[in-house]
Design a protein. Structure first.
Length: 256
């Protein structure tokens, strides 16, 4: 059951309920003070609440519904639900394209809102630390600050030995941004960054292009580490191992 189907089901249930009238607060309090015996809800209202409880309990017995209600992982602004066995129409429509070195550089040039790291620090509204590991990493080669329901910052480092390849991609997603909610990453393993809950996953993410379109893609044929610190959610994309990705994430420090 999708989120929309579940919401429609609850709306249908709620529409058949009998809601009590807005109470007279003063009269109700005085009645309770002077009453010699407790007042009870009307029999009709009790039956309505009982039926609603039975319906919700019945829905919870259905495995897909129970999974949609209970089983999710919360990382910062990200709430990740388990994927169903069959791809959804949206998943098919937004499947990421194959990234090859020949198509990567034009793609980077077509990403909208490129800026400098110094300017990004001024307009993002939150700190933008960079990894100190590996020591030779240095400053990012590309910096973008995109308005996706909030100022999402993207830092990209190219591989010095293969300048046509991306080595690291680090996203900063502020609260209120819809970007990470649309990623639908597939969780591979739960882990920790600086002692806080994190996930090792894979999947595309949205980027705004110069022509105004939103494309779901990824820049590296690898995995992604997602964690949160304060109000900001981080997404580190790399083809390195999870252990190396965690080491990079834990090395973030303010720009010297």
């Amino acid at each position: 059951m999708t989120d929309m189907e579940f919401e429609n089901q609850l709306r249908a249930i709620a529409s058949g309920m009998e809601y009590p009238r807005t109470p007279n607060i003063v009269g109700s309090v005085m009645t309770r003070i002077h009453a010699t015996r407790p007042r009870f809800f009307s029999r009709k209202l009790v039956w309505s609440l009982t039926i609603l409880l039975i319906l919700i309990s019945s829905l919870a017995l259905i495995p897909p519904v129970r999974a949609a209600i209970i089983e999710f992982i919360q990382i910062g602004v990200v709430r990740i639900f388990p994927r169903s066995g069959e791809p959804t129409p949206e998943a098919i429509r937004t499947a990421e394209p194959d990234i090859t070195p020949s198509s990567l550089i034009p793609l980077l040039k077509n990403i909208a809102d490129e800026t400098t790291l110094a300017h990004a620090q001024q307009i993002a509204g939150y700190p933008i630390p960079i990894p100190m590991y590996p020591p030779e990493l240095g400053l990012p080669d590309y910096v973008y600050v995109q308005d996706l329901g909030g100022a999402m910052t993207v830092l990209i480092w190219m591989d010095p030995s293969h300048p046509e390849n991306v080595m690291l991609s680090l996203h900063f997603i502020p609260p209120g941004s819809w970007a990470i909610k649309k990623m639908g990453p597939e969780v591979i393993q739960e882990t920790q960054v600086n002692g806080e809950h994190a996930i090792w996953a894979e999947g595309p993410y949205p980027l705004k292009m110069r022509n105004g379109n939103i494309e779901f893609t990824r820049l590296i044929d690898g995995h992604v580490l997602i964690w949160a610190e304060g109000d900001v959610t981080y997404r580190l994309e790399t083809d390195l191992s999870m252990e190396e990705a965690i080491r990079i994430a834990e090395s973030l420090e303010p720009v010297p």
